[in-house]
Ligand binder design. Structure first.
Ligand code: DO4
Ligand code: MG
Length: 285
């Protein structure tokens, strides 16, 4: 089941159930206007299934703007969870190669802060590349949606935009390479209720277009993530509290070739088979 946040020309942000490719059902008449109470319930999927769908007004998807599927959750990200990410980062930096090698094998994963919710870019808006970076890439990632108890209640698509020259120069620059204006996109909506075994069978695909022509495409399988989702979630919640829940990006397994950098106006499309497609154009920030 896919749950979105949306708005029309006027009025507040609403919640919708995605019915099919062109229609959402407005959840306002069912008194569901915020994600958090639903994500905090013992079984959000069961609650949604109980709704009388006949009583929910259909809204054409073409008439709404989709908002990012987060309210107040902090967004965090795990790194070096795929072999592909480890080898790419070891190539980008002599200085930090040992750190990436070690963290891939270590018991404790790399986890870093990525964004507050209000800065997250939804599908359809622009993601940023830093004006002081020479080597910028998107990182297509599965995102775990966690409630305040650390339970995985859903999944969405994330783009962990990164400046590879800045992170490669010195690991201490990682926050600047990873967390800047428009560096985190999430969407288009949440997928609720899939168990880890189902999600591990999903594929992740990215296509980047420049002036309407594909300039990079790649894919991977979620099954290539080295660590279990519960292991990542457990580390995130260690000695930490998330009263509004949290989003955890699970790392990238697709890295464009070393000569590739994003440019302004490129279009980035990230698809995950069980969820949908997150689309963003690139802007210099
Ligand atoms: O330490 C570098 C960042 C790793 C990352 O973001 C990833 O593997 O996805
Ligand atoms: Mg990443």
């Amino acid at each position: 089941m896919h749950l979105c946040r949306f708005k029309t020309d006027h009025g507040p942000v609403r919640l919708g159930l995605v019915k099919d490719k062109s229609t959402i059902l407005d959840l306002t008449p069912a008194n569901l206007t915020r994600l958090q109470p639903l994500l905090e319930s013992d079984d959000p999927l069961a609650e949604l299934k109980c709704l009388d769908q006949q009583a929910l007004p259909p809204v054409p998807l073409a008439n709404v703007s989709l908002c990012s599927p987060v309210e107040l959750q902090e967004v965090w990200a795990a790194g070096v969870t795929y072999l592909r990410s480890k080898t790419a980062r070891m190539r980008e930096s002599d200085f930090s190669a040992t750190a990436y090698d070690r963290v891939y094998a270590a018991e404790r994963p790399e986890i870093f802060f990525k964004s507050i919710a209000e800065k997250v870019v939804p599908t359809g808006e622009s993601v940023g590349i830093r004006r002081d970076a020479r080597w910028s890439v998107p990182e297509p990632e599965l995102a775990l949606v966690l409630n305040s108890r650390g339970k995985i209640v859903g999944h969405t698509i994330g783009n962990d935009m990164s400046s590879r020259d800045i992170e490669g120069e010195n690991l201490l620059y990682l926050p600047q390479a990873k967390t800047y204006h428009r560096s985190c996109a999430l969407g288009p909506w949440l997928h609720l209720g899939a168990p880890e075994a189902t999600v591990r069978a999903w594929n992740i695909r990215i296509e980047i277009q420049r002036q309407g022509q594909p300039v990079f495409a790649g894919d991977t399988s979620v099954s290539q993530i080295k660590r279990s989702f519960t292991e990542l979630a457990e580390f995130l919640f260690r000695s930490q509290r998330f009263p509004h829940g949290a989003i955890l990006l699970t790392g990238t397994g697709i890295v464009p070739p070393d000569g590739f950098t994003l440019q302004a106006k490129d279009s980035v499309e990230i698809s995950i088979s069980g969820i949908g497609t997150l689309r963003n154009e690139v802007v210099v920030v």
